[in-house]
Design a protein around this ligand. Structure first.
Ligand SMILES: C[S@@+](CC[C@H](N)C(=O)[O-])C[C@H]1O[C@@H](n2cnc3c(N)ncnc32)[C@H](O)[C@@H]1O
Length: 248
């Protein structure tokens, strides 16, 4: 898999072998310029609108009512950690905007981060083909997406009002400090830690737990388990944990 993906860079750089690529990558120029492209080609960016949709139902039906009291007078803060091309944070934006319609005074902030500049650029643009947008219910699609004016175009764009609700930022989970000033009420870190070995997963989850407000929720992918890890989290539903110390 790695060979196939890196081959794309060999082609662009007109190099003939992986050892030539390594020499370039670890040279002065490579470490400065190439590392970003390497990250772009090796990361797996599969995502969808309303992926693992039960999580969004849980968010609206359980998390928000549960936090309602302590949200009085402040924003609900949610973080899509490993946001890929934006489908996850825009799904949050749709779901929370709909919730706000029926809950006057409810305000929210969405932070979305990823290591790959390429996916972040696509996310910020918010342009998707019709098949990508298909999981969004027709009513919501009509409300939150604009069709291209080009005849026969297969593309739709997230409306500016929704795009403005998401702050995109580059963040590498391997960094020692995540630089997230405001503690999150909920973090979605789904289908990301699966790519790391167990000790690294635990370190990342520890840092994410530190970014959660007490009583805040961590959503992980359904294939990801935190079993036997020493973390300040307790399971509350499949692929869903809650920070336990200093509870609300
Ligand atoms: C498979 S996608 C998951 C997207 C979304 N969370 C979902 O579940 O649909 C994994 C994302 O994690 C990002 N990622 C991988 N390693 C990372 C790292 N060290 N720091 C931050 N993001 C990383 C990748 O760039 C990719 O966009």
């Amino acid at each position: 898999m790695l060979e196939v993906r890196i081959k794309r860079r060999l082609k662009v750089l007109n190099l003939h072998s992986y050892s030539e690529y390594c020499a370039y990558l670890f040279g002065h120029e490579g470490l400065k310029d190439e590392i970003v492209h390497l990250i772009d080609v090796v990361t797996t960016n599969k995502t969808d609108f309303f992926r693992e949709s039960g999580h969004f139902d849980f968010l609206v039906e359980r998390v928000l009512p549960d936090l309602a009291e302590c949200l009085a007078g402040r924003h609900f803060t949610i973080w899509s950690a490993g946001c890929s091309t934006g489908e996850e944070p825009y799904t949050m934006a749709i779901v929370l905007s709909e919730y706000a319609l029926t809950h006057p005074g409810f305000r929210f902030r969405i932070l979305a981060t990823d290591i790959s500049n390429l996916v972040l650029a696509k996310a910020e643009l918010g342009v998707y083909t019709n098949d990508i947008v298909a999981p969004v219910a027709p009513l919501l699609r009509r409300k939150y997406f604009m069709r291209s004016r080009e005849p026969g175009s297969e593309k739709q764009r997230v409306v500016p009002e929704l795009r403005r609700l998401v702050e995109f930022r580059r963040l590498n989970f391997m960094d020692s400090d995540y630089g997230v000033a405001e503690k999150a009420d909920a973090i979605f870190c789904r289908n990301v830690i699966i790519y790391f070995d167990r000790p690294t997963q635990e370190r990342i989850l520890q840092k994410l737990s530190n970014c959660l407000a007490p009583g805040g929720y961590l959503f992980v992918g359904h294939a990801e388990t935190l079993h036997d890890m020493n973390l300040p989290l307790k399971p509350v539903a499949p692929a869903l944990y809650r920070r336990v110390d200093g509870g609300r």
